[in-house]
Design a protein around this ligand. Sequence first.
Ligand code: PLZ
Length: 450
Amino acid sequence: MTAFPVGGPELPQRRNLVTEIPGPTSRALTQRRAGAVARGVSSSLPVFVTAAGGGVLLDADGNSLIDFGSGIAVTSVGNAAPRVASRVASQAASFTHTCFMVTPYEGYVEVCEELARRTPGSHEKRSALFNSGAEAVENAIKVARHATGRTAVVAFDHAYHGRTNLTMALTAKNMPYKQGFGPFAPEIYRVPMAYPLRWPDGPDACRAEALEVVKDLIHAQVGESNVAAVIIEPIQGEGGFIVPPPGFVAGLAAFCASHGIVFIADEIQTGFCRTGDWFACEHEGVVPDLITTAKGIAGGLPLAAVTGRAGLMDAVHPGGLGGTYGGNPVACAAALGAIETMAAEDLAGRARRIGDIMLPRLRKLAEQFPVIADVRGRGAMIAVELTRPGTLEPDAAATAAVAAACHKAGLVVLACGTFGNVLRFLPPLVIGEDLLEEGLGILEDAFSAL
Ligand code: PLZ
């Protein structure tokens, strides 16, 4: 790689296919990669990217693709966003690392101040910074266990919290995340998720029963006084963009509060304006004890955080939390640029607008194509679930076929879900409405071609 094509908002905001997808250069790189990159690391759409910005990815063959993935909910401010790119460049030119645990720097403190300001609740907060979402989740559990002196952790069906040993144990789905990688960390207990479409007696029963079922199970099988933390994604991500009924997350938080259990909201995928608020918990009026963030926080640079009540966070002794790179100065500079962009451009409002455009069109599509059993999501975190028409039998094959047709036509979409039958849409929040509409048109064509 020698030349650096210009990305960011300068990149022409249009879809333009000049070869088949993937093109010959990408195919050659895929072959080369097989001789050097471990097979366990795979790619959904093997086009090699050379530049990206706004709602577009440019590939090594000169194709421009519409981006409905944002690198899995990361580049919410757009790729190579100007405020991110310029702060990163300045920081990289002045110093790239000292290790905050050795000699600190202001950027880390500023990011923690922003986290205190932006996350739900006006109480006194503290944050600690890490490199990845999984690492943030691990540390939230460490804090909760240390502060409570308890060990049990409750997680949900369909949950995704990462790929490290403790977070694999918290993650529900076996393939591809856990198969052959055990033994897993102990003291993790799993309870049913309030999943309206798949609740045994349907969505109404889900609304009425789910919270009681969870509370009863914790009481009977774990014992409230043994539970250090309950961890939940307020809208589940990898598990299938599952939106629990209103009141479920709030009821859970209240249950935790009444038993001295730390309530952890994993907002790694939902956070930083993705769902139309700064954080998805706000929509539910929930103030978590601890909140984990990553992905959208830094416009693509690796950064993650645990933010929570000062009393909880400060329960840990000095030196008990850390890591060589956590809160790296370049990543902190990127986060400050990303947060500034979200505030200046009201990206939460943009996310709501994206949802307002996408949801009605997808609902119309569901009327037309009975393979779509459910349309759900909030803001710019939207999905459709595919089943054999008239049943709840997951249709992973149709999901893969629709995704493949979209990819061929130059639209990046991602699949997810415990059963691999959910198509999810996570466009950058700065995407132009013409591109958004064009992407939806491609999706409609893909369903027509099924
Ligand atoms: N918690 C809610 O969504 C990451 C995983 C992609 P890391 N989701 C994308 C893959 O297949 O590895 C995620 C998440 C939630 C935690 C994580 C973990 O974040 O930064 O990938 O470690």
